[in-house]
Design a protein around this ligand. Structure first.
Ligand SMILES: NC(=O)c1ccc[n+]([C@@H]2O[C@H](COP(=O)([O-])OP(=O)(O)OC[C@H]3O[C@@H](n4cnc5c(N)ncnc54)[C@H](OP(=O)(O)O)[C@@H]3O)[C@@H](O)[C@H]2O)c1
Length: 320
């Protein structure tokens, strides 16, 4: 199969399109013919050699977590998924080979029917970002009517879904982004949008019950400063792993609850998200679709940190 691979960790130029052996489908896995693959910051971090990359056992490695495509093989004849079904889902790179490739083998528990109102490119933009937003906003923060929630990096992949889910479940949403994304973030349902470059969010946000922190202390001490907007016993959910090592101690000192979050592939959550998307309650914004050959450019853009919504790689033409 054709795949975008790396032979070693390093810069975006390490990404090369090449023929590699097809993945072997085993046990409960489905084999999916990938049409489009989402690009996520973790792909670039792994390519660069972060902690996750230390789990790579064989080279070359195919990166890429999420995908949309068509089922090629199922585990057994009466499986609920059928060959030809349009699906979207999330792999477990680098434990298994990734989605920047024509074929991916993934647990059937990681795959759900694609939302019928989306194109393949739009569907590939959903799994990791939207499941992360669901995990942070719904499962961890237990979003509810009237809850005051501040979402950082609201214009990005996770943030755009987080704002929409928080609003859908009745939260009073405040969101941070740069000035050029103000209208976009407001259109997602944020009640109040703060330009983090011209205002200090802690001066204007008012008291919050929850902060969904998609930045941490990697920029302007965003994590630490977030503690200042939370009510006593409020909750900060910090999503970028390793972005704020002293979070637990700092939060405890101030009487704030704090937790990290790590996304897990979950077909049931994908099915619920698919319903919300098809009902028009959640929309998907794709910033750009690039061909697989432009993987290096996609990684440069994602590392720059200012993608609006999602970046997607086209792996194959849409099937008829
Ligand atoms: N733990 C997990 O399971 C998990 C899962 C998914 C993602 N993550 C992590 O969560 C983070 C967010 O992921 P993502 O996919 O949403 O990233 P992304 O799409 O690349 O985020 C880009 C957005 O970040 C915004 N931004 C950049 N600096 C900002 C700042 N200082 N304050 C506010 N907004 C800022 C940009 O808005 P402007 O252009 O307006 O500045 C841009 O729209 C990443 O670190 C990712 O690795 C972790």
């Amino acid at each position: 199969m054709r795949a975008l691979v790396i032979d070693r960790t390093g810069g975006p130029e390490e990404l090369q399109v090449r023929e590699v052996p097809d993945p072997l489908r085993i046990s409960d896995e489905v084999l999916v013919r990938v049409v489009a693959a989402g690009v996520n910051p973790i792909d670039a971090k792994t390519r660069k050699g972060n902690r996750v990359s230390q789990a790579i056992e064989h080279w070359p490695v195919v990166l890429g977590g999420d995908f949309a495509g068509v089922v090629e093989e199922v585990p057994y004849a009466d499986h609920p998924l059928r060959p030809g079904d349009r699906v979207y889902g999330m792999g477990r790179v680098p434990r298994t080979s990734g989605s920047y490739a024509e074929l991916i083998a993934v647990s059937s528990l990681s795959v759900a029917p694609m939302p019928s109102t989306l194109t393949f490119a739009e569907a590939a933009a959903v799994p990791i970002a939207a499941m992360t937003a669901w995990g942070a906003v719904v499962e961890t923060a237990k979003v509810h009517d009237g809850q005051r929630m501040l979402v950082h990096a609201a214009a990005g992949g996770v943030g755009a879904f987080a704002v929409q889910l928080a609003r859908y479940f009745g939260a009073r949403v405040t969101a941070t982004c740069s000035a050029g994304n103000r209208d976009f973030v407001a259109s997602l349902g944020a009640h109040r949008v703060i330009d983090y470059r011209s205002e200090r969010f802690e001066d204007v946000a008012g008291e919050q019950d929850v902060v969904i922190d998609l930045v941490g202390n990697t920029a302007d001490d965003t994590g630490t400063r977030s503690l200042g907007v939370l009510r006593p016993r409020g909750l900060v959910v910090n999503v970028p792993t390793g972005s704020w090592p002293s979070m637990a101690e700092e939060a405890a000192e101030r009487g704030i609850r704090a937790t990290g979050y790590s996304v897990a592939p979950d077909a049931r959550v994908l099915s619920v998200l698919g319903r919300l998307i098809d009902d028009g309650a959640v929309r998907v914004h794709v910033d750009r679709v690039l061909p697989l050959e432009d993987g290096a450019e996609a990684h440069r853009l994602i590392e720059d940190g200012h993608v609006r919504g999602k970046l997607v790689l086209r792996v194959a033409p849409d099937p008829d």
